[in-house]
Ligand binder design. Structure first.
Ligand SMILES: [Zn+2]
Length: 280
């Protein structure tokens, strides 16, 4: 069983700005098609059993994927796709968006990207949301870690911010995406303290030395059991992510450096994340 907890769906140019695509191309050095076609998505996800799928709402950096569009996308494969709503807390009506997406669209979790949307995730105006989601048992996946976007503030993405949220809302199930790169140490110690805080390792395998060290840190702190498998599709896919994970120990072959436990790595790849996220 492979569960991908981090996949995106969106359509360009309807849902994302030229400026974002331009900056993404510069950061990569080549063009990547970020328009997600349903049939291509399903084909690329053939090796995955279930996927959490969301759009992205972050007006500040040019994202606006309607939650109704995600609901319709996921409704084409309801046995495989688990749709999350995306909220931008700078929108004065974001709580209306939440209630509509939860009650009418029946979306099963929340995705937020405070750095991309330019808001502080610890701001008291989010308390109403956290009270609702923790009471309803809805998981929230937060983008944590850096980005190439020039005007997305780093101060809203440091994983230690979520220690504050988890202290105030200990029942809130959350995922800190991308291990909070390159602040993995903050993400790992936050997940270690809080039973309902999880991490995903999406979009990290292509910086293998950094990922090797991050997983060693997670192993030494005993939090490998809090790490969930994810890809960040369409930026990466499951096959390359698994190949990347299984190749990490090759870098230290012939040395006395410590190894990442292959057993723990397999547990991450095949982890049934759904019960942990109240999504069974
Ligand atoms: Zn993502």
């Amino acid at each position: 069983m492979i569960i991908d907890v981090h996949t995106h769906a969106m359509s360009y140019p309807d849902h994302l700005s030229d400026e974002f695509v331009h900056q993404a191309d510069i950061a990569r050095g080549y063009h990547i098609n970020l328009s997600v076609d349903f049939d291509t998505y399903m084909k690329d996800m053939e090796g995955v059993d279930k996927c959490i799928v969301f759009g992205m709402k972050a007006y500040h950096t040019g994202f606006d994927v309607p939650n109704s569009w995600i609901a319709a996308f996921a409704a084409r494969a309801p046995e495989k796709l688990i749709p999350f709503m995306s909220l931008d807390a700078t929108d004065p009506d974001f709580m209306d968006d939440f209630e509509y997406s939860w009650k009418d669209l029946k979306l099963r979790g929340v995705k937020m990207a405070p750095m991309y949307a330019n808001f502080d995730p610890t701001d008291p105006h989010l308390d109403e949301l956290y009270r609702r989601t923790s009471k309803l048992g809805l998981p929230i996946l937060f983008h944590t870690g850096t980005t190439f976007c020039q005007f997305a503030p780093l101060k809203y993405t440091r994983p230690a911010l979520w220690d504050d949220i988890a202290i105030r809302y200990p029942d809130q199930i959350m995922i800190l995406a991308h291990l909070g790169h390159p602040f993995e140490n903050e993400a790992i110690v936050t997940a270690r303290k809080h039973p309902n805080v999880y991490l995903d390792l999406s979009a990290l395998y292509y910086r293998p030395w950094q990922l090797f060290n991050s997983l060693m840190l997670a192993q030494e702190y005993g939090v490998m059991n809090k790490i969930l498998f994810g890809t960040d599709y369409p930026f990466t896919n499951a096959e390359d992510t698994i190949l990347g994970l299984n190749g990490l120990n090759h870098m230290v072959e012939g040395t006395n450096l410590p190894r990442i436990s292959q057993v723990l790595l397999e547990e991450i790849i095949y982890r049934d994340s759904l019960p942990l996220l109240n999504l069974s």
